[in-house]
Design a protein around this ligand. Sequence first.
Ligand code: G3H
Ligand code: 13P
Ligand code: ZN
Length: 348
Amino acid sequence: MPLVSMRQLLDEAAKGGYGVGAFNVNDMEQIQAIMGAAKETNSPVIIQASRGARSFAQDRYLFHLILAAAELNPEIPIAMHQDHGNSFETCKSAIELGYTSVMMDGSLKEDGKTPASFEENVAVTKKVVDFAHARGVTVEGEIGVLGGVEDGHGAGGTGLEHVTDPDQAVEFAELTGVDALAIAIGTSHGAYKFSKKPDGSVLKMDVLIAIHKRLPKTHLVMHGSSSVPKDLQDVINQYGGKLKETWGVPVEEIQLGIRNGVRKVNVDTDNRLAMTGAIRKVLWTQPEKFDPRDYLKPAREAMQKVVAQRMTQFGQAGHAGDYQAVSIAEIAKGYKDGSLSTKPLVAR
Ligand code: G3H
Ligand code: 13P
Ligand code: ZN
């Protein structure tokens, strides 16, 4: 199957009432781990690359690795997504490369650190929507700001500083016409999200539910959705790592989100923890090893296990064969003739 539009994948998820994990990649082993899990569980997938990933792996390497994934797994719908685009230029370059979806994260200014004004966010996101939709490419926007910093990206601070205002979310969706909307509900990127198991005072599922009621046609996106399971933390610390005690987003809260309009669930940290734990274990217990395959193979297997588990928990498992890919050219026609418009967005 060719790469599919993320919009198609999320529309199908909405019909089926499930969520789709969006997993970050930087290298071949991570792509293979995701595809192994997708095959194992018969799941559609979103593979996403941050700006950091694109520069680490180089665009052409990463893009061709994902094309290889599509060629080798024709039965699996794959959307290729730019994660946290910081500018029109970043999104344009991804679209020109062949990505089928982009995130314009206009919640922050182009420096990826400073919160942007509502007007700035609307202007840059709308510009990306116009460019992308004319080419059949999906757009995710963000309103509200997540906590934490990952690889220089993020406003820092806790996730509670810029929780999304539901009225602004409605206005933003109306003004931009985004296909999917990331909202801030108290989560942060990275391993250090919460200092104890989160309750409603720090993880604002009530805000998410309020937004979904007002924007029933817009696919909601949960960022910072790693669960940071204790067993993955323990493996790292058992073999010489130094992670401080921390809590992520419990899977049951994500499942509550999925019952309330969340269609895309971003997970990176859990996979980083799984791979690093597996590598540490080999290097710690078998210090004589020096062939990278001796630790990259267990790392790939550990990531595949986490991804397969999430695919099952999010409900996408079993849905790879539900539909045929609609070409990007057809999708572009749908945006042009209005059949793919998410408006009127608001439940009145
Ligand atoms: O949004 C953050 C993702 O975990 C990607 O992180 O920018 O370090 O590649 P990165
Ligand atoms: P985590 O750091 O919780 O895995 O979040 C990843 C993410 O939101 C990528 O955009
Ligand atoms: Zn994110």
